[in-house]
Design a protein around this ligand. Structure first.
Ligand code: COS
Length: 379
């Protein structure tokens, strides 16, 4: 077992760290406050080879392994989780084409996503179907060779900014998962309209939207996989993207730890730096210990996927443990900062707000525990 990163991985990590330090971190507080979308920063990340990294090289993409992409994601998220979610959500939007598209669809769409700067949003969740994917209601009615999509998607990351969508719909609501079908479409088709942008607690630099589909005509050529295979396309996509959420959470936790270690050495109480008190030392030690465990689980799950193994359970381990850890570590960071930590003068309250979303999106941590338990019982 070799835990060392290769020279190429170290170089990649260094590039991502420098980008986070120079481009993301200085802008993070302003975008958090305004809730504006950092399109130019994301475009620059794409130009640097740090976005849409999952598109294979044969289609003109960067072609990073999932493990390499997790290394990049953690480094970027250290700068700002909201911006990194916008970058990551693009890979999530692209992934259904990678796992569900046939050869000619992959060539057409992946080459397009790799050759121009564009954003792709993953449209799965609905007002009444978040955790229960099989219960989704967006209807796909057959009309000759086309499908007509009618319904509403919500909580769609990059929904208001994306140029393309991967969309999941049902041919027959009563059939639950067996009726689901996936499509890849441009976001400007007739009948598509945007709902409100969510005013979120954290990760405010990411765009989260409702999208309405009112009789949207989609040719059969845009269908990914066979009719009824859409549910599995969604599940296989999430298996491959949840390690990246673990990496994003590690980036938040690393930043919280770095800020806490620095602050604890500067801030004095009872005449001494608070880093000299065991009460603070033990908090820092737990933060570092749990972060290291989260990082190892994340990289292991990514590595298993890169080896072509079925890693549903490990993806859920990584997503669940790392995001719970980020929540704990950022909460402790606010505690180390005391009253200062609770103000916007210092960076840790943002980290805590950003961390909370991690336990909710890409499958709540309750759903991750469900996936783990089902895999255990199957075994
Ligand atoms: N890969 C491939 N196939 C899978 C799979 C996976 N990871 N997970 C399930 N399947 C298959 C099952 O094998 C089953 O196939 P058959 O019909 O051939 O037997 C089918 O899919 C249905 O599976 P299951 O019965 O487990 O589905 P459930 O409706 O019980 O739902 C959960 C499973 C809850 C795990 C799923 O709905 C889920 O992941 N929900 C969270 C969604 C989410 O993450 N939302 C966030 C949106 S993205 S920001």
């Amino acid at each position: 077992m070799d835990f060392a990163l290769s020279d190429e991985q170290l170089l990649l990590q260094d590039t991502a760290r420098k980008f986070a330090e120079a481009e993301i971190k200085p802008a993070a507080a302003a975008f958090d406050q305004s809730g504006e979308f950092p399109r130019e920063i994301i475009k620059k990340a794409w130009e640097t080879g740090l976005a849409s990294t999952g598109i294979p090289e044969e289609y003109g993409g960067v072609g990073l392994t999932l493990m390499d992409s997790c290394i990049v994601t953690e480094a970027l998220s250290w700068g700002c989780a909201g911006m990194t979610t916008s970058i990551m959500a693009n890979d999530l939007g692209i992934m259904p084409v990678v796992v569900g598209g046939n050869e000619s669809q992959q060539k057409e769409w992946l080459e397009r996503f790799a050759s121009e700067f564009c954003l792709v949003a993953f449209c799965l969740s609905e007002p009444n179907a978040g955790s229960d994917v099989a219960g989704l209601q967006l209807l796909a009615e057959k009309d000759g060779e086309d499908y007509i999509l009618t319904g509403t998607k919500c909580w769609i990351t990059n929904g208001g900014e994306a140029d393309y969508y991967t969309v999941f719909a049902t041919l027959d609501r009563a059939s639950r998962h067996k009726g689901i079908v996936a499509f890849v479409i441009p976001s400007d088709l007739d009948g598509i309209s945007l709902g409100k942008k969510e005013d979120k607690m954290g990760q405010r630099a990411s765009d989260t939207r409702t999208i309405n589909f009112d009789g949207v005509r989609v040719p059969a050529a845009n269908r990914l996989g066979a009719e009824g295979e859409g549910f599995k396309v969604a599940m296989r996509t999430l298996d491959r993207t949840r390690p990246s959420i673990g990496a994003l959470a590690c980036g938040i936790a690393q930043r919280a730890l770095d800020e806490s270690v620095a602050y604890a050495q500067e801030r004095k109480a009872f005449g001494f730096p608070i880093a000299g008190f065991q009460a603070v030392q033990f908090m820092l030690a737990d933060m570092a210990k749990n972060l290291e465990a989260a990082r190892l689980l994340t990289l292991q799950s990514a590595w298993l996927i890169d080896q072509g193994q079925n890693a549903s359970k490990y993806s859920s381990f990584a997503k669940c443990f790392s995001t719970d850890t980020a929540m704990e570590v950022t909460t402790d960071a606010v505690q180390v900062f005391g009253g200062n930590g609770y103000t916007k003068e210092y960076p840790v309250e943002k980290l805590m707000r950003d961390a909370k979303l991690m336990q909710i999106y890409e499958g709540t941590n309750q759903i991750q525990r469900l996936v783990i338990a089902r895999e255990l019982l199957k075994e």
